[in-house]
Design a protein around this ligand. Structure first.
Ligand code: HEC
Ligand SMILES: [Cu+2]
Length: 356
């Protein structure tokens, strides 16, 4: 076998070429950095926390990253060291002893210590997100995932349970317990700036405690692939000062919403048409009680339609009614090709007046 000489330096030309490659790689990384780092901020970033649970998660993330970096550097250093090392001849017994040392030390003791250290840090941190009893029971909000929209219920509201859809209002500055489940397939509840993700499973209620430090709007998006509409399943999350939150709930009591739905005689035809064509799937307080589709009792006051596919503005409901299969392909609301534009415009105009 031919002996290869490891110690002779490579020819100059190759040295220069490889230095150029390294420079090019460094330059590419530098130029790509803003794009890569852009993911660290914004509405859906765990590195931009807005509550205690999310801060804990960021801390765990940084500790894991630091730990991983140390392990990476040590492994690379050992690897480089093997190139430098002069070869010595050992007896098979010596080889076995050294090999055993690596397996026991590096393969058993080191990982065990590492995992214990990370668990000692991670378990108490994670515990703070559990819905353990508090002196003052927190607000409970139930969130139910549907293909491809969100049902949100407030069982503790003073004027009786409040039900809405595709928007989640919560009080700021206090813990809130979320009880989440799904009506059909698995969905994922995740408000990255407030805390961890939790699965929404049919037939099971999962609980998570989250808190928003300050009033504000937070992005959320279904975090578990749930079918063709999955990417179109956004949730508008907004934390309000306690008093505003209470007022928001009060405006959505059954009586208040039923009164809103009944007003303005000009919309009598729209109400009739709603009862004929829509009430089998949708609830409007005082008219119908189905929840196959989103509750529409307060639809005029929402930020968006179709779980975030279009902004709520004048004429938006009509646009939804006419074009929803284009705006949100394969969503589970049937087309209403049998209804003429006039009928749908009238229905849309009435629904837009439902702004508590
Ligand atoms: C077979 C059940 C069904 C019928 C009938 C039905 N819808 Fe829907 N509707 C749905 C479902 C399901 C959604 C949710 C679609 C999505 O976002 O994925 C929806 C969504 C909507 C939305 C958007 C709500 C939101 O919060 O984004 C509006 C508005 C709406 N429907 C109005 C109507 C009107 C008006 C009628 C009658 C002309 C009607 N629907 C008939 C099932 C139905
Ligand atoms: Cu989903």
């Amino acid at each position: 076998m031919r002996e290869r000489n490891h110690s002779a330096p490579p020819p100059r030309r190759i040295q220069r070429a490889s230095r150029r490659r390294v420079n090019l790689a460094a330059l590419t990384l530098l130029l790509a950095a803003p794009i890569l780092l852009a993911g660290c901020g914004g509405d859906h970033s765990i590195l931009n926390p807005a509550g205690p649970a999310a801060r804990d998660i960021r801390l765990i993330w940084f500790v894991m990253l630091g730990f991983g970096t140390v392990v990476f550097v040590v492994v690379i250093a050992l690897w480089l060291y093997t190139f430098k090392k002069r070869y010595v001849t050992r007896t098979p017994a010596q080889e076995r002893r050294i090999g055993r040392r690596w397996i026991i030390g590096g393969g058993i003791i080191l990982p065990t210590l590492t995992v214990i250290a990370l668990l000692m840090f991670g378990v108490p941190t994670g515990k703070r997100m559990l819905t353990l009893p508090l002196d003052e029971p927190p607000e409970v909000i139930e969130v139910i995932g549907h293909q491809w929209w969100w049902e949100v219920r407030y069982p503790g509201a003073e004027g009786g349970e409040v039900v809405t859809a595709n928007q989640l209002m919560m009080p700021a500055g206090e813990p809130v317990d979320f009880h989440v489940t799904a009506a059909d397939v698995i969905h994922g509840f995740w408000i990255p700036r407030l805390g961890g993700k939790i699965d929404m499973l049919p037939g099971r209620i999962n609980r998570i405690r989250l808190e928003a430090d300050e009033p504000g709007v937070f992005g959320a998006q279904c975090a578990e692939l749930c079918g063709v509409g999955h990417a179109h399943m956004k949730l508008h999350v907004e934390a309000l000062p306690r008093a505003e939150f209470d007022a928001w709930l009060a405006a959505r009591s059954d009586e208040a919403l039923a009164e809103l739905a009944a007003q303005n005689a000009a919309f009598d035809t729209a109400r009739d048409n709603f009862t004929r064509f829509c009430s089998g799937c949708h609830q409007v307080a005082g008219i119908s009680a189905s929840n196959i589709g989103p509750n529409l009792s307060d639809v005029g006051g929402r930020e968006a339609l179709g779980a975030g596919v279009m902004a709520m503005e004048e004429g938006a409901v009509y646009q939804w009614l006419r074009n929803h299969q284009t705006l949100k392909p394969s969503n589970l609301m049937p087309r209403h090709d049998d209804l003429d534009n006039e009928t749908l415009r009238d229905l849309g105009a009435w629904l837009e007046t439902l702004t508590p």
